[in-house]
Design a protein around this ligand. Structure first.
Ligand code: PMP
Length: 434
């Protein structure tokens, strides 16, 4: 499998696109960033003519696959009606009603265009509601690329400071230090209790399942205890469900675990590839936005085509059919992967659910980010690259996303490639921890 045309085009493009790519997360992918020609169902084609079974799915949004008929038809029909009206449409009201019906803690919603900015709205609401400044975030959790949250997302062990009081580690040069962010290890209820006791915390924000690193579930009872502590100490609980929302269940992780946050950030699978995100939550907090004490805005909020796509996507997800299909097909994939890793004698963890799960090599009992540092991340990156060369595209950091267009033949193809790669790796690479 060759990647020469992609390589050539990306190199040429560096003359007029910074680094040849338009997101920092696309820098450094092996063998180099790829240039794609088209995408359909679960299949991607690149300009070298390579075909891939896709588990990136646009970094998660495409739960109904790359060309979902109903979503595309709705978007296409909307193109003839309106694009952007700087006002309200029936479509956005219908989409909002559906979202509020599906997400258990959502009483009202505000749409936005990216998860990053919806997180910012959540923090602003929390600070206004509590008249406090501090936001607690957890090591290994990602909440967008802006200055006040890009802390300790994937810090090196040597920079991260003591476990009980981590040093916030910036994710970028040029990032302003932020005295109002407190970083803690996740799944450590005692440390959170101690921090909340100080009485200055506006909000605790977390991915309810840590999918941006490692794939770690909340310990039994942890979310319930966090909920209780936030209530006792007057801090708001924010679930960042940009990955888990609509995927782990139609109502997200909060539906699955039965723990309700005050505010929820949604994105990705909400609009199957269209740029839509949302902040949803309890009315008494969302009312701060409603009466404009807290400003949330945006020229492109509820852009008509995106809203038509959102409505079509939510209607489809609410039927339960995509989840049923993915449960079966994803279940088969997870089982097949487990079998292949066991056969190869490789200690691998598969954590998550059919629609989104993480695979890591080693770090069997990981409960927080620092445990993930003992996983063999280099071997996993080799595994991902070797799979890419066999036509299977997975994220090198461990996450697998499934769509309801993946079928048995794609799973067969994937497992065949995985077995081939594992045989290849066992002869070229040593196992163990980094
Ligand atoms: N929160 C989480 C949990 C995410 O995974 C992401 C994106 N990967 C974001 C927020 C930011 O969303 P966006 O890329 O749409 O700005």
């Amino acid at each position: 499998m060759g990647f020469d045309l992609s390589k050539k085009r990306v190199l040429e493009a560096t003359d007029y696109v910074a680094g040849g790519v338009n997101s920092g997360f696309r820098v450094g992918l092996l063998p180099h960033p790829l240039v794609f020609a088209s995408a359909r169902g679960p299949i991607l084609l690149d300009i070298d003519g390579n075909r891939y079974v896709d588990y990136f799915l646009g970094m998660g949004p495409m739960m109904l696959g790359h060309s979902p008929g109903a979503v595309i038809a709705a978007a296409r029909a909307q193109l003839d009606r309106s694009l952007l009206v700087a006002g309200q449409t029936e479509t956005e009201y219908e989409a909002a009603e559906l979202l509020v019906e599906m997400v258990p803690s959502a009483e009202t919603v505000r749409f936005a265009t990216s998860g990053t900015e919806a997180v910012q709205a959540a923090l602003r609401v929390a600070r206004a509601a509590t008249q406090r400044s501090v936001v607690v975030k957890f090591e290994g959790h990602y909440h967008g690329w802006l200055d006040n949250v890009l802390w300790s997302v994937a810090p090196e062990a040597g920079l991260a400071g003591p476990r009980t009081s981590p040093t916030p580690v910036a994710g970028s040069e040029g990032q302003m230090a932020d005295p109002h962010v407190a970083v803690l290890p996740w799944n450590a209820i005692g440390l959170l209790r101690d921090r909340l006791t100080r009485g200055d915390v506006a909000a605790v924000i977390m991915e309810p399942i840590m999918f941006n690193n490692a794939g770690i579930l909340p310990l039994p009872g942890y979310l319930e205890q966090v909920r209780k502590l936030c209530d006792v100490h007057g801090s708001l609980l924010i679930f960042d469900e940009v990955i888990t929302g609509f995927r782990v269940a139609p109502g997200g992780a909060q539906e699955m675990f039965g723990v309700l946050p005050d505010l929820t950030v949604l994105g990705k699978a909400l609009a199957n590839g269209f740029p839509v995100a949302a902040l949803a939550g309890r009315r008494r907090y969302m009312d701060l936005i409603a009466d404009r004490r807290v400003l949330q805005g945006g020229t492109y909020n509820t852009q008509s085509v995106s809203m038509a796509a959102t409505l079509a996507t939510l209607r489809e997800i609410r039927t339960g059919v995509p989840h049923q299909r993915i449960a079966r097909i994803g279940g088969r994939l997870i089982e097949g992967l487990r079998g292949a890793f066991t056969e190869a004698g490789l200690e691998a963890q598969i954590i998550g659910f059919p629609a989104v799960f993480n695979v890591r090599f080693g770090a069997a009992d990981a409960q927080e980010y620092r445990d993930f540092l003992f996983a063999d991340q280099a071997l996993y990156a080799d595994f991902a690259f070797a799979l890419l060369r066999r036509g299977i595209r997975i994220l090198p950091r461990g996450t697998w996303f499934l769509s309801d267009t993946h079928e048995d033949l794609h799973i067969d193809e994937t497992l065949y490639a995985v077995r081939g790669v594992l045989a290849e790796l066992s002869t070229t690479s040593s196992k163990g921890t980094t």
